[in-house]
Design a protein around this ligand. Sequence first.
Ligand code: F0G
Length: 482
Amino acid sequence: MSTVKFYSGETIPLEMHKVRIVQKLNLVPIERRLGAIAEAGNNTFLLRNRDIYLDMLTDSGVNAMSDRQLAAMMEADDSYAGSETFTRLETRIQDLFGMEYFLPVHQGRAAENIIARVFVRPGTIVPMNYHFTTTKAHIVLNGGSVEEIIVDEGLQVSSDVPFKGNMDVGKLQQLIDTHGAERIAFVRIETGTNLIGGQPHSLQNLREVREVCDRHGLMLVFDASLLADNLWFIKTREPACRDMSIREITRAIADLADIIYFSARKLGCARGGGICTRSQDAFLKMRELITLYEGFLTYGGMSIREIEALAVGLEETMDETMISQGPQFIAYMVEDLARRSVPVITPPGGLGCHLDAMRFLPHLPQAEYPAGALASALYLVSGVRGMERGSLSEQRGPDGSETFSNMELLRLAMPRRVFTLSQVKYAIDRIDWLYRNRDLVGGLRFVEEPKVLRFFFGRLQPTSDWQERLLARFRADFGDSL
Ligand code: F0G
């Protein structure tokens, strides 16, 4: 991706790829969308693809593949043990990360399971810049606890701080002083924080965290699922790294880690995942569990074609024009919405554009799930599917009380190389319209609430007839338009 300046003065991100295979999309009329969202219990996870125009639920497993990835998939060398395809991936990992040992897993959370089982003991703590849902679940399942020590700016919705995903090194030191290094299972950095809006960390921050870890003999683990975006932000936002290539930045990051794991549904635009290390001891401890939970060491639950696509995808991640597409499309969307005064997380991060539902719908209390209501309303007026990342995604306390999240966000993920700029402009226009008509949007209440991971399967209904009134306003403004 690169940006070009038009004769008019406007600057836009310019795609550095062309589309060679397409999938037909449907934009069903708003009346059908009202039916569809009711059938889905106002939960965007339960919508069916045939009713969705732009699927911005996630960037996981839905990134576009390149012609080279597809070609490589046809050549995959399949065998239970000893496949050449696996060796190609292992060699690529060794080359990019400079780590000798690689363990394949079927997806990111499987790596989290293995790492938590081996290194987390009851009563231990895992300090991290910020948690991801599956990461925390595995640590807690093994008797550990999570301490989030993100810099204070990390939780400020609007900001111009370039690295809101940094770990607060002072807080890390304090935590060690309070609990003692022996209570710390390992220190974890998410290289590109998911739940606070894809905000990156700097290379300098990793160096400082490494120093503290070295002083106390602590292991440093990177979750590199969102690494591609973070590499781009380091290159463009960290002056000391401006002249480094993406490959050099990748190696500089990897040199600071003891273990790197990732979801290949994001990193490498494929499927699967992996754990990398240069410690033979750590490798041997984890290896036993790979064969138990994932599969033999040369596939780890991945299909051989996915492994081949991943090997190529990782190499393509070193291409600036490839990894800049996501962040530049996201920046275009965030900046345009911010100019229209729509509340969004700033500065633009990776992964997607995040709407701040607390400011979008200030009249709704958290108990009526503003981010969930916004997800439902946006689908209704546009056919765009986002993901609630607020209190609905939390779990009730043991006494049944709600756990209100720090932020109420609607995440509009930007799968890499999937959407065109006119589709992004369409989403911006409908979000803008919804913002002007936000007074019409009401809350949601549960009608079916599962005890665990309620956001996946829970069903809700509107607290009033606000959806019918929103539909009527849409028809008044847009006439017959979809
Ligand atoms: N770590 C991070 C930072 C993630 O974003 C994810 C997945 C995982 C681990 C787990 O990986 O899905 O392959 O098992 N994030 C997806 C999302 C689910 O939609 O953001 P997985």
